[in-house]
Ligand binder design. Structure first.
Ligand code: NAD
Ligand code: TDX
Length: 342
């Protein structure tokens, strides 16, 4: 039997890493290639459990390096691409936008050229609801696949640019593709610069938790396992050229998220410190997932079950996040935040 070759970019990061583990275990008859540059956000220790499996392969490479990527595609004759690799943190895009353009825009274009050159069967581009901009606080308003793109941060502008390139390669060259736009993910292996793992790790160390502005901005939370199942479905069943929104109607204010974590860990809300707001801070994101539900997807986690599972995972896997926050991350944190407490 000829094995299908699936190239997963960014498979050493948070969502890509969870997807690689999901796919390696679910599809022993597929060869999974994890292609990743191993930036500050990528680590391979998370794959110790699967790295001996025959259908798992790792390639260290930079998606914005054209020669390198072309050579890999030609050598491996890739059938499918699931593209996660990106600079993903909004705050970093505010202090240093350039790398976001290089990785998210140029990197995607290089992959598209390579995919076109060898004629892949499908290119699944993992994007974000942030490309739609922000919603107001009217609870009946949602992002649909038809909502115009109005990105507000350098990060979301770079993601929207990559979405438009994927669309253009489909329209111009007939490249088979899907774009997925999901809401905020959380779960195992989430890098502790993002709100939920940052809060869990700091609360466990009795350190102050920085909440931007008044804490009333709303995010729509999606457990990463539900996201992996959605991408699997789109890869296999998504209609060529279509965009699919992924989200499970789990809207929470940032303050509610932080309070839930503090309460679950039995700590005091005195740990909350309100700090200067993020520049251009989007008020609210909320996804209408009807189109993906029609394809057969439904989330299995509510916010309550998902956050309980996630907190327990961080309690059980301290060595993973402790090695991160004790390294270069310390410098990042000191530059990013000026807290009155410790
Ligand atoms: P992450 O930052 O945890 O991981 C990104 C991975 O990409 C890392 O392993 C990193 O080493 C790799 N990478 C970065 N630059 C690279 C390059 N030039 N070449 C090869 N690899 C490179 O990101 P994440 O949170 O897992 O997000 C994955 C994707 O999902 C991104 O495209 C992001 O825009 C999108 N997304 C994330 C969320 C979320 O809540 N985290 C929500 C919606 C969409
Ligand atoms: O220290 C913090 N304090 C705080 O109040 C941090 C890091 C964040 N926040 C707020 C900002 C946001 O309103 O919490 C909310 C969530 O922030 P992040 O975890 O940085 O996520 P967000 O900016 O919403 O973007 C995430 O979801 C969409 C991912 O990082 C993106 O990659 C994805 O596209």
């Amino acid at each position: 039997m000829i094995k299908q070759k699936i190239l997963v970019t960014g498979g050493a990061g948070f969502i890509g890493g969870n997807f690689v583990q999901y796919a390696v275990n679910k599809y022993p008859n597929y060869d999974i290639y994890n292609l990743d540059l191993l930036t500050y956000a990528g680590d391979l220790t998370k794959h110790r459990v699967i790295e001996q499996q025959e259908n798992y392969n790792f390639i260290k490479a930079d998606i914005s390096n054209r020669e390198e990527i072309m050579a890999i595609f030609k050598k491996e004759k890739i059938d499918y691409i699931v593209h996660f690799a990106a600079e993903s943190h909004v705050d970093r895009s505010i202090t240093d936008p350039e790398i976001f353009v290089r990785t998210n825009v140029i990197g995607t274009q290089v992959l598209l050229d390579a995919a076109r050159e060898i004629g892949v069967k499908k290119f699944v581009h993992v994007s974000t609801d942030e490309v739609y901009g922000e919603l107001d606080f009217d609870p009946s308003s949602f992002f649909t696949e038809e909502t115009p793109l109005q990105p507000n941060s350098p990060y979301s502008a770079s993601k929207a640019s990559s979405d438009l390139l994927v669309r253009a390669y489909h329209e111009t060259y007939g490249l088979p593709m899907n774009i997925t736009r999901c809401s905020n993910n959380y779960g195992p292996y989430h890098f502790p610069e993002k709100l939920i793992p940052l809060t869990i790790s700091r609360v466990l160390n009795d350190q102050k938790v920085p909440v931007y502005g008044d804490g009333n901005n709303i995010r729509d939370w999606l457990h990463v396992y539900d996201h992996c199942a959605a991408i699997d479905l789109v890869l296999h069943e998504g209609e060529n050229g279509h965009v699919y929104n992924v989200g499970g109607h789990n809207e929470k204010t940032n303050l509610e998220v932080v309070q839930t974590i503090i309460k679950t860990l039995g700590k005091s809300e005195d740990l909350i410190e309100f700090v200067k707001d993020r520049l251009g801070h989007d008020k609210r994101y909320a996804i209408d997932p009807t189109k993906l539900e029609r394809l057969g997807w439904a989330p299995t986690y509510t916010f309550d079950t998902g956050i309980a599972q996630t907190i327990q995972w961080y309690l059980d896997n301290k060595e993973w996040w402790e090695q991160i926050i004790s390294g270069e991350y310390k410098n990042y944190f000191e530059k990013q935040y000026t807290l009155k407490g410790n």
